[in-house]
Design a protein around this ligand. Sequence first.
Ligand SMILES: [Zn+2]
Length: 400
Amino acid sequence: MCAVYPSRVGEDRITPGSQTSLREANRARIVNAVQQRGSLTQVELAGVTGLSPATVSNIVGELTASGVLNTSPTTRSGRRALQVTLARNLGLVAGLHFGTRSLRVALADVAHRIVAEQRMPLAPDHRADAGLERAALMVQEMVASVDASMSEVLAVGVGVPAPIDVRTGRVAMRGVLRGWDGAAVPEVLGARLDVPVFVDNDANLGALAEVRLGAARGMQHVVYLRVSHGVGSGLVLDGKVFHGRGGAAGEVGHIAVDERGPVCRCGNRGCLETYVGAAALLDMLRASHGHLTLRDVITRAEAGDPGCRRVIWDAGRHLGVAAAGVCSLLDPQAVVVGGQLAEAGDLLLEPLRATVAERTFPSANGPVQVMVGELGSQAEVRGALATALDHVSIPAAVVP
Ligand SMILES: [Zn+2]
Protein backbone atom coordinates (compact mmCIF):
# COMPACT_ATOMS: atom_id res chain seq x y z
CA MET A 1 0.00 0.00 0.00
CA CYS A 2 1.39 3.39 -0.83
CA ALA A 3 0.24 6.81 0.22
CA VAL A 4 -1.67 9.16 -2.05
CA TYR A 5 -2.08 12.83 -1.39
CA PRO A 6 -5.17 14.66 -2.59
CA SER A 7 -4.44 18.22 -3.56
CA ARG A 8 -6.38 21.41 -3.48
CA VAL A 9 -7.70 23.12 -6.57
CA GLY A 10 -5.24 24.02 -9.31
CA GLU A 11 -2.57 21.63 -8.16
CA ASP A 12 -1.14 18.75 -10.16
CA ARG A 13 -4.16 17.37 -12.07
CA ILE A 14 -2.87 14.83 -14.57
CA THR A 15 -2.44 16.34 -18.01
CA PRO A 16 -4.27 14.64 -20.84
CA GLY A 17 -2.44 13.74 -24.03
CA SER A 18 1.36 13.66 -24.27
CA GLN A 19 2.58 10.33 -22.95
CA THR A 20 -0.37 10.07 -20.61
CA SER A 21 -1.83 6.75 -21.56
CA LEU A 22 -5.42 5.96 -22.31
CA ARG A 23 -5.35 3.86 -19.19
CA GLU A 24 -4.46 6.89 -17.09
CA ALA A 25 -7.30 8.85 -18.67
CA ASN A 26 -9.66 5.97 -17.87
CA ARG A 27 -8.47 5.96 -14.26
CA ALA A 28 -9.24 9.67 -14.05
CA ARG A 29 -12.74 9.07 -15.45
CA ILE A 30 -13.43 6.48 -12.79
CA VAL A 31 -12.07 8.62 -9.96
CA ASN A 32 -14.09 11.65 -11.16
CA ALA A 33 -17.30 9.62 -11.39
CA VAL A 34 -16.88 8.29 -7.85
CA GLN A 35 -15.87 11.74 -6.57
CA GLN A 36 -19.05 13.30 -7.97
CA ARG A 37 -21.53 10.64 -6.94
CA GLY A 38 -20.13 9.45 -3.64
CA SER A 39 -20.60 5.75 -4.25
CA LEU A 40 -21.35 3.57 -7.26
CA THR A 41 -21.29 -0.12 -8.00
CA GLN A 42 -18.83 -1.39 -10.61
CA VAL A 43 -21.74 -1.98 -13.01
CA GLU A 44 -22.98 1.60 -12.49
CA LEU A 45 -19.43 2.87 -13.00
CA ALA A 46 -19.26 1.09 -16.35
CA GLY A 47 -22.57 2.72 -17.34
CA VAL A 48 -21.50 6.21 -16.28
CA THR A 49 -18.00 6.12 -17.78
CA GLY A 50 -18.79 4.10 -20.91
CA LEU A 51 -15.90 1.75 -20.08
CA SER A 52 -16.24 -2.02 -20.28
CA PRO A 53 -16.98 -3.91 -17.02
CA ALA A 54 -13.62 -5.69 -17.34
CA THR A 55 -11.71 -2.38 -17.63
CA VAL A 56 -13.63 -0.92 -14.68
CA SER A 57 -12.92 -4.00 -12.59
CA ASN A 58 -9.19 -3.85 -13.43
CA ILE A 59 -8.80 -0.16 -12.69
CA VAL A 60 -10.87 -0.33 -9.51
CA GLY A 61 -8.56 -3.14 -8.36
CA GLU A 62 -5.43 -1.06 -9.01
CA LEU A 63 -6.82 2.08 -7.39
CA THR A 64 -7.99 0.14 -4.36
CA ALA A 65 -4.54 -1.37 -3.95
CA SER A 66 -2.96 2.09 -4.13
CA GLY A 67 -5.31 3.51 -1.49
CA VAL A 68 -7.38 5.84 -3.69
CA LEU A 69 -10.58 3.78 -3.75
CA ASN A 70 -12.34 1.58 -1.27
CA THR A 71 -14.68 -1.30 -2.15
CA SER A 72 -17.29 -3.08 -0.09
CA PRO A 73 -19.86 -5.79 -0.90
CA THR A 74 -23.46 -4.64 -1.39
CA THR A 75 -26.61 -5.73 -3.24
CA ARG A 76 -28.42 -4.13 -6.18
CA SER A 77 -31.82 -5.49 -7.25
CA GLY A 78 -31.17 -8.64 -5.26
CA ARG A 79 -27.76 -9.28 -6.84
CA ARG A 80 -24.40 -9.12 -5.20
CA ALA A 81 -22.37 -6.11 -6.28
CA LEU A 82 -19.21 -4.25 -5.31
CA GLN A 83 -19.73 -0.73 -4.03
CA VAL A 84 -16.92 1.71 -4.89
CA THR A 85 -16.15 4.88 -2.90
CA LEU A 86 -13.12 7.09 -2.47
CA ALA A 87 -10.94 6.00 0.43
CA ARG A 88 -12.15 7.87 3.51
CA ASN A 89 -8.71 8.81 4.74
CA LEU A 90 -8.01 11.07 1.72
CA GLY A 91 -9.32 14.07 3.66
CA LEU A 92 -12.37 16.08 4.67
CA VAL A 93 -14.52 18.82 3.15
CA ALA A 94 -16.84 21.27 4.91
CA GLY A 95 -20.18 22.58 3.66
CA LEU A 96 -21.93 25.70 5.01
CA HIS A 97 -25.43 26.88 4.32
CA PHE A 98 -26.38 30.37 5.45
CA GLY A 99 -30.19 30.36 5.47
CA THR A 100 -32.24 33.44 6.18
CA ARG A 101 -32.62 32.38 9.82
CA SER A 102 -30.03 29.70 10.47
CA LEU A 103 -26.58 28.41 9.65
CA ARG A 104 -26.01 24.74 8.92
CA VAL A 105 -22.50 23.28 8.81
CA ALA A 106 -21.57 19.75 7.75
CA LEU A 107 -18.26 17.96 7.63
CA ALA A 108 -17.85 15.02 5.24
CA ASP A 109 -15.16 12.72 3.99
CA VAL A 110 -14.33 12.54 0.28
CA ALA A 111 -16.83 9.68 -0.11
CA HIS A 112 -19.68 12.15 0.71
CA ARG A 113 -20.22 10.56 4.12
CA ILE A 114 -21.22 13.19 6.66
CA VAL A 115 -19.12 12.80 9.78
CA ALA A 116 -20.47 15.79 11.74
CA GLU A 117 -23.32 18.22 11.33
CA GLN A 118 -24.57 21.22 13.31
CA ARG A 119 -27.16 23.92 13.04
CA MET A 120 -27.51 27.21 14.84
CA PRO A 121 -29.93 30.14 14.59
CA LEU A 122 -28.78 33.36 12.95
CA ALA A 123 -30.07 36.78 13.95
CA PRO A 124 -32.21 38.31 11.20
CA ASP A 125 -30.20 40.95 9.31
CA HIS A 126 -26.92 39.80 10.90
CA ARG A 127 -23.77 41.15 9.26
CA ALA A 128 -21.74 38.90 6.96
CA ASP A 129 -18.53 39.24 9.01
CA ALA A 130 -20.30 38.13 12.19
CA GLY A 131 -21.90 35.17 10.38
CA LEU A 132 -18.59 34.12 8.81
CA GLU A 133 -16.75 34.33 12.13
CA ARG A 134 -19.29 32.04 13.80
CA ALA A 135 -19.14 29.67 10.84
CA ALA A 136 -15.33 29.51 11.04
CA LEU A 137 -15.48 28.70 14.76
CA MET A 138 -18.06 25.97 14.13
CA VAL A 139 -15.91 24.37 11.41
CA GLN A 140 -12.86 24.37 13.70
CA GLU A 141 -14.84 22.88 16.61
CA MET A 142 -16.37 20.19 14.43
CA VAL A 143 -13.01 19.22 12.93
CA ALA A 144 -11.63 18.90 16.46
CA SER A 145 -14.69 16.88 17.54
CA VAL A 146 -13.88 14.15 15.00
CA ASP A 147 -10.22 14.09 16.10
CA ALA A 148 -9.02 15.63 12.85
CA SER A 149 -6.91 18.72 12.17
CA MET A 150 -7.61 21.68 9.87
CA SER A 151 -4.79 20.51 7.58
CA GLU A 152 -7.02 17.55 6.63
CA VAL A 153 -9.76 19.90 5.36
CA LEU A 154 -9.27 20.13 1.58
CA ALA A 155 -11.97 22.66 0.63
CA VAL A 156 -15.03 24.47 1.94
CA GLY A 157 -18.27 25.05 0.01
CA VAL A 158 -20.66 27.83 1.04
CA GLY A 159 -24.30 28.42 0.07
CA VAL A 160 -25.77 31.91 0.44
CA PRO A 161 -29.42 32.93 -0.21
CA ALA A 162 -28.57 35.54 -2.84
CA PRO A 163 -27.31 35.55 -6.43
CA ILE A 164 -23.56 34.92 -6.39
CA ASP A 165 -21.02 35.72 -9.06
CA VAL A 166 -19.09 32.44 -8.83
CA ARG A 167 -16.00 33.99 -10.44
CA THR A 168 -15.55 36.27 -7.42
CA GLY A 169 -17.72 34.61 -4.78
CA ARG A 170 -19.49 37.93 -4.15
CA VAL A 171 -23.20 38.70 -3.89
CA ALA A 172 -24.11 39.78 -7.43
CA MET A 173 -27.10 41.98 -6.55
CA ARG A 174 -27.14 44.72 -3.97
CA GLY A 175 -29.92 44.92 -1.38
CA VAL A 176 -31.03 41.28 -1.71
CA LEU A 177 -29.32 40.01 1.43
CA ARG A 178 -29.03 42.73 4.04
CA GLY A 179 -25.60 42.90 5.68
CA TRP A 180 -23.92 40.87 2.92
CA ASP A 181 -23.46 43.47 0.15
CA GLY A 182 -19.89 43.25 -1.15
CA ALA A 183 -18.87 40.57 1.39
CA ALA A 184 -15.71 38.79 0.22
CA VAL A 185 -16.67 35.33 1.51
CA PRO A 186 -13.87 33.27 -0.12
CA GLU A 187 -11.18 35.72 1.01
CA VAL A 188 -12.47 36.22 4.57
CA LEU A 189 -13.27 32.59 5.31
CA GLY A 190 -10.29 31.33 3.30
CA ALA A 191 -7.88 33.50 5.30
CA ARG A 192 -9.55 32.58 8.59
CA LEU A 193 -9.41 28.80 7.96
CA ASP A 194 -6.47 28.63 5.54
CA VAL A 195 -8.53 26.49 3.15
CA PRO A 196 -9.84 27.25 -0.38
CA VAL A 197 -13.48 28.40 -0.20
CA PHE A 198 -16.09 28.21 -3.00
CA VAL A 199 -19.40 30.08 -2.83
CA ASP A 200 -22.64 29.70 -4.75
CA ASN A 201 -26.31 30.57 -4.43
CA ASP A 202 -28.08 28.15 -2.07
CA ALA A 203 -30.77 27.08 -4.57
CA ASN A 204 -28.03 26.28 -7.11
CA LEU A 205 -26.40 24.04 -4.51
CA GLY A 206 -29.75 22.41 -3.67
CA ALA A 207 -30.18 21.66 -7.39
CA LEU A 208 -26.68 20.20 -7.61
CA ALA A 209 -27.30 17.94 -4.59
CA GLU A 210 -30.68 16.65 -5.84
CA VAL A 211 -29.10 15.84 -9.24
CA ARG A 212 -26.01 14.16 -7.80
CA LEU A 213 -27.46 12.45 -4.73
CA GLY A 214 -31.23 12.96 -4.52
CA ALA A 215 -34.56 12.84 -6.36
CA ALA A 216 -33.15 13.76 -9.79
CA ARG A 217 -30.12 11.45 -9.63
CA GLY A 218 -28.70 10.84 -13.07
CA MET A 219 -30.81 13.51 -14.82
CA GLN A 220 -29.21 16.10 -17.07
CA HIS A 221 -31.85 18.87 -17.22
CA VAL A 222 -33.54 19.80 -13.95
CA VAL A 223 -35.30 22.83 -12.46
CA TYR A 224 -35.04 22.96 -8.66
CA LEU A 225 -37.47 25.29 -6.90
CA ARG A 226 -36.58 26.33 -3.38
CA VAL A 227 -39.64 27.68 -1.57
CA SER A 228 -39.07 28.93 1.97
CA HIS A 229 -38.91 32.46 3.29
CA GLY A 230 -37.85 33.54 -0.19
CA VAL A 231 -38.31 31.74 -3.49
CA GLY A 232 -35.31 30.75 -5.57
CA SER A 233 -34.38 28.21 -8.15
CA GLY A 234 -31.37 26.34 -9.40
CA LEU A 235 -31.12 25.26 -13.02
CA VAL A 236 -29.11 22.22 -14.06
CA LEU A 237 -28.63 22.11 -17.83
CA ASP A 238 -26.58 19.42 -19.55
CA GLY A 239 -25.63 18.15 -16.09
CA LYS A 240 -24.17 21.48 -14.95
CA VAL A 241 -25.49 24.32 -12.80
CA PHE A 242 -26.34 27.24 -15.08
CA HIS A 243 -25.28 30.58 -13.58
CA GLY A 244 -25.99 33.01 -16.42
CA ARG A 245 -23.94 36.15 -17.08
CA GLY A 246 -23.18 37.14 -13.51
CA GLY A 247 -24.84 34.59 -11.25
CA ALA A 248 -28.42 35.85 -11.34
CA ALA A 249 -29.86 33.03 -13.48
CA GLY A 250 -32.84 31.22 -11.94
CA GLU A 251 -34.22 34.15 -9.90
CA VAL A 252 -37.66 32.64 -10.35
CA GLY A 253 -38.96 34.41 -7.24
CA HIS A 254 -38.80 37.64 -9.20
CA ILE A 255 -40.67 36.47 -12.29
CA ALA A 256 -43.81 38.63 -12.57
CA VAL A 257 -46.98 36.58 -12.23
CA ASP A 258 -49.21 39.72 -12.16
CA GLU A 259 -47.90 42.95 -13.59
CA ARG A 260 -50.40 44.91 -11.46
CA GLY A 261 -49.62 42.93 -8.29
CA PRO A 262 -48.04 44.14 -5.02
CA VAL A 263 -44.62 45.82 -5.00
CA CYS A 264 -41.80 43.36 -4.21
CA ARG A 265 -38.64 43.93 -2.12
CA CYS A 266 -36.77 44.01 -5.47
CA GLY A 267 -38.77 47.07 -6.57
CA ASN A 268 -40.82 45.33 -9.25
CA ARG A 269 -44.52 44.50 -9.16
CA GLY A 270 -46.30 41.17 -8.82
CA CYS A 271 -43.20 38.98 -8.41
CA LEU A 272 -43.87 35.29 -7.59
CA GLU A 273 -42.30 35.83 -4.16
CA THR A 274 -44.98 38.38 -3.22
CA TYR A 275 -47.52 35.52 -3.60
CA VAL A 276 -45.72 32.44 -2.30
CA GLY A 277 -42.89 33.68 -0.05
CA ALA A 278 -43.45 32.92 3.66
CA ALA A 279 -44.19 36.59 4.43
CA ALA A 280 -47.01 36.62 1.86
CA LEU A 281 -48.57 33.39 3.16
CA LEU A 282 -48.42 34.54 6.79
CA ASP A 283 -49.87 37.97 5.89
CA MET A 284 -52.84 36.32 4.19
CA LEU A 285 -53.62 34.37 7.36
CA ARG A 286 -53.00 37.15 9.91
CA ALA A 287 -56.57 38.48 10.07
CA SER A 288 -58.13 35.02 10.46
CA HIS A 289 -55.41 33.05 12.31
CA GLY A 290 -53.27 35.63 14.12
CA HIS A 291 -49.47 35.31 14.17
CA LEU A 292 -48.19 32.00 12.72
CA THR A 293 -44.87 30.66 11.48
CA LEU A 294 -44.48 28.80 8.19
CA ARG A 295 -44.07 25.59 10.22
CA ASP A 296 -47.44 26.31 11.98
CA VAL A 297 -49.16 26.80 8.61
CA ILE A 298 -47.89 23.44 7.30
CA THR A 299 -48.78 21.60 10.53
CA ARG A 300 -52.29 23.09 10.62
CA ALA A 301 -52.85 22.39 6.94
CA GLU A 302 -51.91 18.75 7.55
CA ALA A 303 -54.41 18.68 10.41
CA GLY A 304 -57.13 19.90 8.02
CA ASP A 305 -57.33 23.65 8.73
CA PRO A 306 -59.16 25.01 5.64
CA GLY A 307 -57.52 28.47 5.65
CA CYS A 308 -53.99 27.03 5.88
CA ARG A 309 -54.80 24.46 3.20
CA ARG A 310 -56.13 27.24 0.97
CA VAL A 311 -52.98 29.39 1.08
CA ILE A 312 -50.71 26.40 0.37
CA TRP A 313 -52.94 25.23 -2.49
CA ASP A 314 -52.95 28.75 -4.00
CA ALA A 315 -49.15 28.93 -3.58
CA GLY A 316 -48.91 25.68 -5.58
CA ARG A 317 -50.92 27.21 -8.42
CA HIS A 318 -48.83 30.39 -8.47
CA LEU A 319 -45.64 28.33 -8.45
CA GLY A 320 -47.10 26.28 -11.29
CA VAL A 321 -47.61 29.38 -13.43
CA ALA A 322 -43.96 30.38 -13.05
CA ALA A 323 -42.69 26.79 -13.36
CA ALA A 324 -44.70 26.29 -16.57
CA GLY A 325 -42.94 29.31 -18.07
CA VAL A 326 -39.54 27.94 -17.06
CA CYS A 327 -40.45 24.48 -18.44
CA SER A 328 -41.59 25.95 -21.77
CA LEU A 329 -38.23 27.66 -22.02
CA LEU A 330 -35.94 24.83 -20.92
CA ASP A 331 -37.82 21.53 -21.46
CA PRO A 332 -36.40 19.89 -18.30
CA GLN A 333 -36.78 16.25 -17.29
CA ALA A 334 -38.03 17.19 -13.84
CA VAL A 335 -39.06 20.01 -11.53
CA VAL A 336 -37.83 19.22 -8.02
CA VAL A 337 -39.33 21.21 -5.16
CA GLY A 338 -37.31 21.88 -2.01
CA GLY A 339 -37.30 24.43 0.80
CA GLN A 340 -39.55 24.37 3.85
CA LEU A 341 -42.86 24.67 1.97
CA ALA A 342 -42.07 21.39 0.16
CA GLU A 343 -42.83 19.69 3.50
CA ALA A 344 -46.51 20.30 2.67
CA GLY A 345 -46.11 17.49 0.10
CA ASP A 346 -49.04 16.80 -2.23
CA LEU A 347 -51.05 19.74 -0.94
CA LEU A 348 -48.47 21.94 -2.70
CA LEU A 349 -47.45 19.51 -5.44
CA GLU A 350 -50.92 18.63 -6.79
CA PRO A 351 -51.92 22.16 -7.88
CA LEU A 352 -48.32 22.80 -9.01
CA ARG A 353 -48.29 19.66 -11.15
CA ALA A 354 -51.76 20.36 -12.60
CA THR A 355 -50.87 23.96 -13.48
CA VAL A 356 -47.62 22.95 -15.16
CA ALA A 357 -49.43 20.27 -17.21
CA GLU A 358 -52.19 22.76 -18.12
CA ARG A 359 -49.86 25.53 -19.21
CA THR A 360 -47.10 23.72 -21.06
CA PHE A 361 -47.09 22.42 -24.60
CA PRO A 362 -47.94 18.69 -24.63
CA SER A 363 -44.72 16.78 -25.21
CA ALA A 364 -44.38 13.41 -26.94
CA ASN A 365 -42.34 12.43 -23.87
CA GLY A 366 -45.30 13.04 -21.54
CA PRO A 367 -45.65 15.74 -18.87
CA VAL A 368 -42.58 16.88 -16.99
CA GLN A 369 -42.14 15.10 -13.64
CA VAL A 370 -42.85 17.34 -10.66
CA MET A 371 -41.56 15.94 -7.38
CA VAL A 372 -40.46 16.79 -3.86
CA GLY A 373 -36.69 16.71 -3.28
CA GLU A 374 -35.26 13.71 -1.42
CA LEU A 375 -32.69 15.57 0.61
CA GLY A 376 -35.11 17.92 2.41
CA SER A 377 -33.51 20.62 4.52
CA GLN A 378 -30.08 19.01 3.97
CA ALA A 379 -30.09 19.65 0.20
CA GLU A 380 -28.21 22.94 0.27
CA VAL A 381 -25.51 21.86 2.69
CA ARG A 382 -25.05 18.61 0.73
CA GLY A 383 -24.64 20.75 -2.41
CA ALA A 384 -22.07 22.88 -0.58
CA LEU A 385 -20.11 19.71 0.23
CA ALA A 386 -20.42 18.55 -3.39
CA THR A 387 -19.10 21.84 -4.76
CA ALA A 388 -16.19 21.73 -2.31
CA LEU A 389 -15.40 18.17 -3.42
CA ASP A 390 -15.56 19.19 -7.08
CA HIS A 391 -12.60 21.46 -6.38
CA VAL A 392 -10.42 18.77 -4.82
CA SER A 393 -7.98 16.95 -7.07
CA ILE A 394 -7.84 13.26 -6.26
CA PRO A 395 -4.74 11.71 -7.84
CA ALA A 396 -5.87 9.05 -10.27
CA ALA A 397 -2.39 7.82 -11.02
CA VAL A 398 -1.18 4.63 -9.41
CA VAL A 399 1.87 5.62 -7.40
CA PRO A 400 4.61 3.02 -7.89
ZN1 LIG B 1 -39.21 40.81 -6.93
